[in-house]
Design a binder for this molecule. Structure first.
Ligand code: AP5
Length: 216
């Protein structure tokens, strides 16, 4: 594959961000994480960020119109011509349909949707033990995937933080939103023949190897 347009699909904490980092390192294509983009807008204090924050803090999805707008701007940028990794988008049928229209306008295709399958019973522990880098977006886990130096990002050395929505109550709400609004997209992409399922409970490097085999 010359140009690789990939989507990582899965519940909160399934390992999308973790695997995106491996793909970036190997293939040099940008990660488009709507979650990271929204968090950046919150740190910058933009009006859009402040509005999105209300939904994110409650574990709810941000309105489609906001998300579709930011994706439209991002996918139109020059660096996406060599490929991209969608992480956390689309999350509703309206977003998936808008993405199809946008890709057509940009003369692009979606090559693969990689679903990381992880049972709900593992998700809360993963998310509550997560530590993230506010600078480069890398994520670690205090037990499953600790950073080389405690509290510091392996990639850029910044101090790691705990995301505001990474607490048990909010994760349970995010999981409900996932099952109600996002999980149905599994069939949407299966019908289009681009869906590949992986066991997201395997060891992190093992999953990365399986993804590289799929991408070639
Ligand atoms: P977002 O930032 O997208 O969060 P999410 O989808 O909930 O996903 P996470 O970042 O929690 O998980 P991940 O799959 O990346 O897992 P990770 O690799 O870090 O969205 C946040 C919020 O923004 C949403 O709730 C919503 O409000 C809003 N939003 C964003 N996009 C939106 C959209 N399109 N529409 C509407 N609203 C939107 O891994 C998790 C942990 O597990 C880490 O600690 C990691 O080290 C560990 N881990 C990873 N893989 C493994 C493994 N194989 N074994 C053991 N541990 C592992």
């Amino acid at each position: 594959m010359n140009v690789m347009n990939i989507m990582l699909f899965g519940a909160p904490g399934a390992g999308k961000g973790t695997q995106a980092k491996f793909i970036i390192d190997k293939y040099g294509i940008p990660q488009i994480s709507t979650g990271d983009m929204l968090r950046a807008a919150i740190s910058e204090g933009t009006e859009m960020g402040m509005e999105a924050k209300k939904f994110m803090d409650e574990g709810k999805l941000v309105p489609d119109s906001t998300i579709i707008g930011i994706i439209k701007d991002r996918l139109s940028q020059e660096d996406c011509k060599k490929g991209f990794i969608l992480d956390g988008f689309p999350r509703t049928l309206a977003q998936a349909e808008a993405l199809e229209v946008l890709l057509k306008e940009l003369n692009m295709n979606l090559d693969k949707v990689i679903s990381l399958n992880v049972p709900d019973s593992l998700i809360v522990g993963r998310v509550v033990g997560r530590r993230v880098c506010p600078n480069c977006g890398a994520s670690f886990h205090i037990e499953n995937n600790p950073p080389k130096v405690e509290g510091k990002c392996d990639y850029c050395g910044s101090d790691l933080i705990i995301r505001k929505d990474d607490n048990k109550d909010t994760v349970e709400k995010r999981l409900s939103a996932y099952h109600e609004q996002t999980a149905p997209l599994f069939n949407f992409y299966s019908e289009r023949g681009v869906m590949v399922e992986l066991d997201g409970t395997k060891e992190i490097n093992e999953i990365a190897k399986e993804i590289f085999n799929i991408l070639g």
